[in-house]
Design a protein around this ligand. Structure first.
Ligand SMILES: O=C[C@H](O)[C@@H](O)CC(=O)C(=O)O
Ligand SMILES: [Zn+2]
Length: 278
């Protein structure tokens, strides 16, 4: 069911890790394959991270295959899911018979207990995130216009960006998932400046809206022991709770941030001064 399992990482594991080892532990790639649903599993908050790229026929979210006692049960029996269309064309998500047209940059929140979830529409690319839930919250579609927007940074410091908060209690209820989409203004390249950590939540960044030969230099690790990972379009990086997550790119881009863990308080973070990084 999963193309790869990512185990939780200890901060000491950063010491002496090669660049390839960092990628292997933290980077999720190859998620968007035409005609397939590709899922990976992270032990960090038990995130499922993946993509669904429909071709001519609809793609169905797989059912559980393990353990034997639960085989055939819906994947979302004890989970909630979000699907963001990062593609250039509209698609549709059908949840237990209810169909939603999902335009580019629109998001679905799919509650725990949903049994049949189908993705369709050539040209749509759905980024999928799922985490364990304790109860269902209303099924809904979200547009960027529904989000609470935080304008941060400036063009002078190359980090002017709009942080669209989509799945957070003020806009869309969830059990544990928090999600948003951040867009950089043309000419700005830095995200999450100044950076932070949040010990009570893990986070996953998906970088997109980049050309094939663009790269993001993503920084992670404890603030006093930064490492970098060179990332490409449509790759995601898993940020453990002890790690900062910030990056700069070769041009403006967008990214989806998703968190889960102890609480749904976006402000529960420790922000660092850039001068504290080394
Ligand atoms: O915990 C929150 C996340 O790291 C992001 O919301 C940060 C972000 O989008 C940005 O500053 O550009
Ligand atoms: Zn964060």
């Amino acid at each position: 069911m999963f193309q790869k399992t990512y185990y939780a990482a200890h901060p000491d594991m950063m010491d002496g890790a090669s660049n390839d080892e960092l990628r292997d532990r933290h980077v999720v790639s190859g998620m968007f394959r035409v005609g397939e649903i590709v899922l990976s599993y992270s032990h960090g908050e038990r995130f499922i991270i993946g993509g669904a790229v429909p071709a001519t026929s609809p793609l169905l979210l797989p059912r559980l295959s393990e353990p034997e006692s639960l085989a055939g049960q819906p994947l979302l029996a004890r989970r909630e899911l979000s699907a963001v269309n990062i593609g250039a064309a509209a698609g549709a998500v059908t949840v237990d018979g209810t169909r939603f047209e999902i335009a580019p940059r629109e998001t679905m929140y799919v509650p725990m207990g949903s049994a049949d979830v189908a993705f369709e529409g050539e040209g749509a690319r759905f980024y999928l995130l799922s985490v364990p839930a304790h109860r269902p919250f209303p099924l809904r579609k979200l547009a960027l216009g529904d989000a609470r927007v935080m304008e941060r940074g400036s063009l002078e410091t190359s980090n002017a960006r709009r942080i669209h908060q989509l799945i957070l209690p003020h806009t869309c209820e969830s059990a544990s998932l928090c999600l948003g989409l951040t867009t950089l203004e043309p000419g700005s390249v830095w995200n999450t400046m100044p950076p932070h950590v949040h010990e009570r939540r893990s986070e996953v960044y998906l970088y997109f809206d980049l050309a094939e030969d663009d790269r993001i230099f993503h920084y992670m690790g404890r603030p006093d022991a930064l490492r970098h990972i060179v990332m490409e379009n449509e790759e995601a990086v898993i940020s453990p709770p002890w790690s900062v997550h910030m990056g700069s790119g070769t041009r403006a881009y967008s990214f989806i941030w998703a968190m889960a863990g102890e609480n749904l308080d976006y402000e529960d973070m420790n922000v660092f001064d850039v001068c504290q990084l080394c």
